[in-house]
Design a protein around this ligand. Structure first.
Ligand SMILES: Cc1cc2nc3c(=O)[nH]c(=O)nc-3n(C[C@H](O)[C@H](O)[C@H](O)COP(=O)(O)O)c2cc1C
Length: 202
């Protein structure tokens, strides 16, 4: 079967893309509004795009035509955000923060999560998440209806018990959640990860 994307409606394209580009990591983004309200929401159009400089990208849509999602608006207005990784333990809370709350609503409070001060940026990190990444806006590129946020990584918090003896993060010690199509998710577990060394050239 072949699918001519030019003949699809935007919703069908979204469904197709999100069911074939899998698994996607989830950036659970905390921001603070200009008025000082804490905001938290998940985004899976997310990826690392450069190590020199250390950059990530997150693509954010609108609530309704012309009304940017709060995360996009906050990053545009304040220039700072924190990406918290989602594990199995905080799945239910992550799902609550995906609801379209008004911008006056503190989503940490709504989801029963604990804000902890970050080191170099104003938005707090999520205490219940084992990895939090403090970022500064590098650029926001408006592409079609999306705001593609490029963020520079400034500071990373990693819970001590997930480090190995060499000081690297051992992902098998976490149960990080990935997003699949529709309402489906996957878990990175020790049972499901394996090593694949590159073959020799000769
Ligand atoms: C797992 C997951 C991934 C999501 N990924 C995105 C995404 O990449 N881009 C986007 O615009 N919305 C995404 N959403 C929807 C937003 O989280 C949702 O619209 C949220 O209410 C935005 O909150 P805000 O207005 O506080 O920024 C996702 C939702 C879930 C549950």
């Amino acid at each position: 079967m072949e699918i001519n994307v030019k003949k699809l409606e935007p919703k069908q394209i979204y469904k197709l893309m999100t069911s074939i580009i899998v698994p996607r990591p989830i950036a659970w983004i905390s921001t603070v509004s200009k008025k000082g309200v804490y905001n938290l929401a998940p985004f899976s159009y997310f990826g690392g795009i450069s190590s020199e400089p250390p950059l990530i990208m997150v693509s954010i849509g609108s609530k309704s035509p012309g009304e940017k999602k709060d995360t996009w608006k906050n990053i545009e207005e304040t220039g700072e955000f924190v990406i918290n990784m989602v594990t199995k333990e905080v799945l239910a809370e992550m799902n609550i923060t995906a609801l379209p709350f008004e911008e006056e609503v503190d989503e940490f409070e709504k989801a029963g999560l604990t804000p902890v001060p970050s080191t170099v940026v104003k938005p707090p990190r999520v205490k219940e998440s084992p990895v939090s990444v403090e970022c500064r806006r590098y650029e926001i590129i408006e592409i079609g209806k999306m705001g593609v946020v490029l963020g520079e990584i400034l500071n990373v918090h990693v819970r001590d018990d997930i480090l190995n003896e060499k000081g690297y993060v051992d992902t098998t010690k976490l149960e990080i959640v990935g997003r699949l199509g529709g309402a489906n998710y996957c878990l990175i577990t020790a049972d499901n990860t394996f090593e694949l060394k590159r073959p020799d050239k000769e």
